[in-house]
Design a protein around this ligand. Structure first.
Ligand code: FMN
Length: 175
């Protein structure tokens, strides 16, 4: 079964944008649309079956500013039946009590829009932080965690390990 896929991200200093482009590069033509939420129309989210949502946490546990403006504009969307996979950018050394918090906040907002299916949860093992609102359960993050501030050397490896899990959760063959 073919699923249409898109990546939507917000990024203040380019790290999430870079991660979004890496995911796009890995998945190639499987991803038909990639957009910065600073310039996107929320209605576009309804056009795809699988949404990759990329969000960095800013200002100690806060939502990135473009998502902050975008989220209220998402009101009224119907994402029921869709699959969503999150990738969150954060700094586990600088903000160990708030690592990837915005990923949790964004999932909370997206869940209200018809309860889409969350896919691509990811073990917290291998990340050094104390607390996060971006947890799925006590052992798993809601999505992929990336830390360009301290572990940029792991980003490619983490993306490559995560994407097959996302595809598997989506019922697609792993790469
Ligand atoms: C002032 C400031 C506050 C931040 N607060 C958090 C935070 O609470 N939690 C976290 O995980 N990362 C935090 N970060 C780290 C950013 O999320 C990280 O640098 C991220 O890669 C930025 O992504 P972007 O370039 O796509 O905006 C903060 C960074 C700065 C400069």
């Amino acid at each position: 079964m073919a699923l249409s896929m898109a990546i939507f991200y917000g990024s203040s200093t380019g790290n999430t944008e870079k991660a979004a482009q890496k995911i796009k590069k890995e998945l190639g033509d499987l991803v038909s649309h990639i957009a910065d939420v600073a310039n996107a129309d929320p209605k576009d989210l309804e056009n795809y079956d699988l949404l990759f949502l990329g969000v960095p946490t800013w200002n100690v546990g806060e939502m990135q500013e473009d998502w902050e403006s975008f989220i209220p504009r998402m009101q009224g969307l119907d994402l029921s039946g869709k699959k969503v996979a999150f990738f969150g950018l954060g700094d586990a050394v600088g903000y160990p009590e708030n690592f990837l918090d915005a990923m949790g906040e964004l999932w909370g907002a997206v869940q209200m829009l018809g309860n889409p299916e969350l896919i691509g949860t990811w073990p917290k093992e291998g990340y050094a932080f104390d607390q996060s609102k971006g947890m799925y359960d006590s052992d798993h993050l809601l999505g992929l965690g990336l830390d360009e501030d301290n572990e940029s050397n792991l980003t490619d490896k983490r993306i490559k390990a995560w994407l097959p899990k996302v595809m598997q959760d989506a019922g697609l063959q792993t790469a």
